[in-house]
Design a protein around this ligand. Structure first.
Ligand SMILES: O=P(O)(O)O[C@@H]1C[C@H](O)[C@@H](CO)O1
Ligand SMILES: O=c1cc[nH]c(=O)[nH]1
Length: 325
């Protein structure tokens, strides 16, 4: 791979995706995770601190080697109910009450394993999911998993969509509508592509048409670093813009192809893409941001909305496992 020249942007050195790996590319077979860090090979032990797991303390291949589907989402409760739901959907032996949190020794993240499915919470925002993904991707690597697909199942604000619509992300874009994620590394901005897997997204859309029980669309997902001002909300503790400014920004977003807004998709796409992992983002919209900012929908309705990405993903997993045709 040829290293590309750094670009000077806003007085910061910006390095395009991949160039930082070029000297130390570690080769794997096509279906394995590409952990692109030569230092890992020199370490006697790798402690996955925030997951409370490690290469010396746990037999990671034995614990996780069979994993094929890794599902992540913000809330610990959601990821526990997803694990219980998928246990029932796959008709696995044992009771759902026996599904315990593998990361119980830490209160940062929660992780549940159900047959070939791993369900993990990531908290809110890019820094939180990024820490979890570093450790999760190393976990999948140390466990020698093959053909793993990663999914984010989340909630979002809709842009021009009825509440309850499920959005399968086409491009994960930043707040300037660019399909990229910027990571500052040693004082330089590294730009990474947020590309998701087109084939997996198409399969998900096919699944939604088979289910035919809630609206599902494909569209761009805008990822912001804040829920309030960062998403153009007028109801935060701070707000420096007018209603018209907000609507103009949302219209621009809509015209660029954005259909929903959340807070993790760009770094999720960037890290999976850089590590050669097929990935998709499935988020339900809780409201239409053209109609307001506050989430005032009753709790039971929100609960049902949150289950929609789970229902879609369960169908996908069952098809992939050949349990349904
Ligand atoms: O997966 P979740 O539902 O946590 O994703 C969105 C983005 C933020 O993390 C959070 C804001 O309410 O919801
Ligand atoms: O509006 C919303 C709703 C959920 N999550 C977000 O990030 N934004």
């Amino acid at each position: 791979m040829t290293a590309m020249a750094p670009i000077l942007l806003n007085n910061m050195v910006t390095v395009p995706d991949q160039s930082e790996y070029s000297k130390h590319e570690v080769f794997h077979t096509a279906d394995q995770v590409h952990v692109k860090n030569p230092h890992l090979d020199t370490m006697e032990e790798d402690i996955l601190y925030h997951l409370n797991l490690g290469t010396k303390t746990h037999n990671l291949p034995e614990m996780f080697g069979e994993i094929k589907f890794v599902c992540v989402g913000g809330s610990a409760n959601r990821m526990k109910s997803f694990a219980q739901f998928i246990h029932q959907e796959l008709d696995l032996p044992g009771s759902i009450d026996d599904i315990t949190d593998i990361c119980e020794g830490t209160d940062r993240y929660s992780m549940y394993k159900v047959g070939p499915v791993l369900s993990i919470s990531h908290g809110m925002g890019c820094p939180s999911i990024s820490i979890m993904l570093h450790e999760l991707i190393k976990l999948v690597h140390h466990a020698r998993c093959h053909n793993v697909v990663l999914f984010r199942i989340g909630t979002s604000g809709g842009v021009g969509l009825a509440p309850g619509t499920v959005v399968v992300t086409d491009k994960a874009v930043d707040c300037f509508f660019r399909p990229q994620f910027e990571q500052v590394v040693l004082g330089k901005v590294i730009i990474r592509s947020t590309e998701l897997d087109v084939g997996v997204s198409k399969e998900l859309l096919q699944c939604s048409s088979e289910l035919n029980n809630f609206p599902t669309v494909i569209g761009n997902t805008m990822c912001t670093h804040d829920f309030y001002e960062g998403q153009g909300r007028l109801d935060g503790a701070l707000c420096s813009f007018s209603t018209e400014d907000k609507l103009e920004y949302l219209r621009k977003a809509y015209n660029s192809g954005v259909r929903n807004i959340e807070m993790e998709s760009t770094v999720f796409g960037a890290m999976c893409h850089a590590c050669g992992i097929k990935a998709a983002v499935i988020c339900v919209t809780l409201l239409n941001r053209f109609d307001g900012d506050q989430i005032s929908t009753p709790h039971d309705v929100l609960e049902e909305y949150q289950q929609r990405p789970q229902v879609l993903l369960a169908h996908f997993i069952k098809k992939r496992l050949g349990l349904i045709t």
